[in-house]
Design a protein around this ligand. Structure first.
Ligand code: UD1
Ligand code: CA
Length: 469
């Protein structure tokens, strides 16, 4: 666009029908607040700034929204203005005009309308061209409640008449105003100053600017779309759930267009950002949260929940696995096998070809290439070397009730079944921990440590060689 775009997001309304103590625009869709979607869309039409008008739950709304990061880390300018009390949509935008510059175009959006496509807004801005008032309109089979687009005999837009103010003939009009307009800011400023509230609702209507444009002899442009999803607002939990499914379908379609094989696009939930390499397969009922990257050829089994993680190439995550990296993240090396029923917690870093089997929990631990913990085990605050075999039922006792300590298990160690490694403790390379042992002392490289009762016995012992053939 050859002119700057400043976005005004209306978000002062109450949203009574959500029946929630949370402000309406903070309800989440695809893991993000409704109004955050609107702000992020503003960034995608290269807006210069976003002004959010808050009222009901203003403090929460202001704390709950962030400026999106646009290329090279430059953040778009995000501002808030308060509207107190709420006297209508025109009154809402009046609160924003003092912070808007006259050289730009104001794009008016609503904080509860999350699925407008950037291309649609680009088309509207193009129609505005920095000169005209441009409205986004839509045909609705049942236009009840909406502002009607009244057109003159020559087809030009003459006015928007609110449902409650409309005559019977006007109510028969099915073309409605979506709530989205683009308008040169210097014109908007003048028109808003002329608003009054002499109408059925006693409100200051933003839609009255159409009347002023026409009486000033200016053309009003309309961009008429067919896709009602793009202008659908959220007023109730039912509508929120409907838009959530629509949003998820969009995400699923985008992934499939990139080649991702989804067993069922209707049974996928991405509540954040999912980035997939080539030939990724995702079975049904998987939930992804935060930023998740999945490497080429990886397969995710049914019913997995994966958050804040990097999954390497060719990894297989078996069904019912829960991975949550939170802040520290989780990484799974190429060719690793995880699950079924595995749990990877923050700071789990698995090397290549690591195997984590059923009912194994890993937290803040590094497992080097080829390490295995196949059944019923816990590894917390541990450093595990290459090819270590960690037996069923074994755990690291990493917490003494006050502090956490590390367990170091060097390369090629075998830890038998039902062992307790009491940290801080080190098992030297190639060592063996006998089954059922509670180990409180370091084990030198190559040694066997066995504990019976409260005593740890260190012995020289040769592990049997693997049978050939
Ligand atoms: C408005 C339009 C109507 C259009 C419809 C589309 C007006 C007068 N009417 O209707 O032509 O068909 O949207 O959905 O503009 N808000 C404030 N402060 C206020 C009032 C509203 O911030 O004082 C916000 C609301 O939170 C909401 C948005 O503005 O995000 C629209 O308000 P809403 O009451 O839903 O609009 P309608 O009056 O239904
Ligand atoms: Ca209203």
């Amino acid at each position: 666009m050859s002119f700057p775009v400043d976005v005004v997001v209306m978000a002062a309304g109450k949203g009574t029908r959500m029946k929630s103590s949370k402000p309406k625009v903070l309800h989440r869709l695809g893991g993000r607040a409704l109004a955050q979607h609107v702000i992020d869309t503003a960034a995608r039409v290269s807006a210069r700034s976003v002004v959010v008008i808050t009222g009901h739950g203003a403090e929460q709304v202001e704390a709950g929204l962030v400026a999106p990061v646009v290329d090279a880390g430059a953040a778009l300018k995000l501002q808030f203005v308060r509207q107190e009390p709420q006297l209508g949509t025109g009154h809402a935008v009046q609160q924003a005009v003092p912070v808007l510059a006259d050289d730009g175009v104001t794009l008016v959006l609503s904080g509860d309308v999350p699925l407008t496509r950037p291309e649609t807004l680009q088309a509207l801005l193009h129609l505005c061209g920095g000169q005209h008032l441009a409205l986004l309109t839509l045909d609705m089979p049942d236009p009840t409640g909406y502002g009607r687009i009244v057109r003159a005999a020559d087809g030009s837009v003459a006015a928007i008449v609110e449902h409650k103010d409309a005559s019977e003939a006007q109510r028969a009009i099915t073309e409605i105003y979506s709530g989205i307009m683009a308008v040169p800011t210097r014109l908007l400023r003048g028109w808003l100053a002329r608003l009054d509230n002499r109408n059925a609702q006693g409100e200051y209507y933003l839609t009255d600017v159409v009347k002023f444009a026409v009486s000033d002899g200016l053309k009003v442009a309309a961009h008429r779309i067919a896709d009602s999803l793009q202008v659908a607002g959220v007023n109730s939990p039912v509508q929120l759930a409907e838009l959530e499914r629509a949003y998820q379908r969009r995400v699923a379609d985008r992934l499939m267009e990139q080649g991702v094989r989804l067993a069922d696009p209707a049974r996928l939930d991405v509540r954040g950002t999912l980035v997939c390499g080539q030939d990724v397969e995702i079975d049904v009922n998987c939930v992804f949260e935060g930023r998740v990257e999945i490497g080429a050829g990886a397969r995710i089994g049914a019913n997995c929940v994966i958050a804040s993680a990097v999954i390497g190439e060719g990894v297989v995550i078996h069904p019912f696995t829960h991975i949550d990296g939170e802040k520290a993240g989780v990484s799974v090396g190429a060719g690793a096998l995880v699950g079924p029923f595995a749990r990877l917690r923050p700071g789990a870093k698995l090397g290549r070809e690591v195997h984590i089997g059923n009912f194994v929990e890993v937290k803040n631990s590094t497992l080097a290439d080829g390490a295995k913990a196949n059944h019923l085990a816990y590894l917390g605050d541990a450093t595990v070397g290459e090819r270590v075999n960690y037996g069923a039922g074994s755990i690291t006792a990493n917490y003494d009730g006050a502090n956490k300590h590390r367990t170091v298990i060097e390369a090629d160690v075998h830890v038998g079944s039902n062992c307790v490694l009491v940290a801080p403790v080190t098992i030297g390379a190639g060592g063996t921990v006998g089954g059922g042992s509670t180990i409180t002392k370091d084990t030198p490289a190559g040694a066997l440590s066995v504990a019976r009762g409260r005593q740890t016995v260190i012995a020289n012992w040769q592990r049997p060689a693997k049978k050939k053939g």
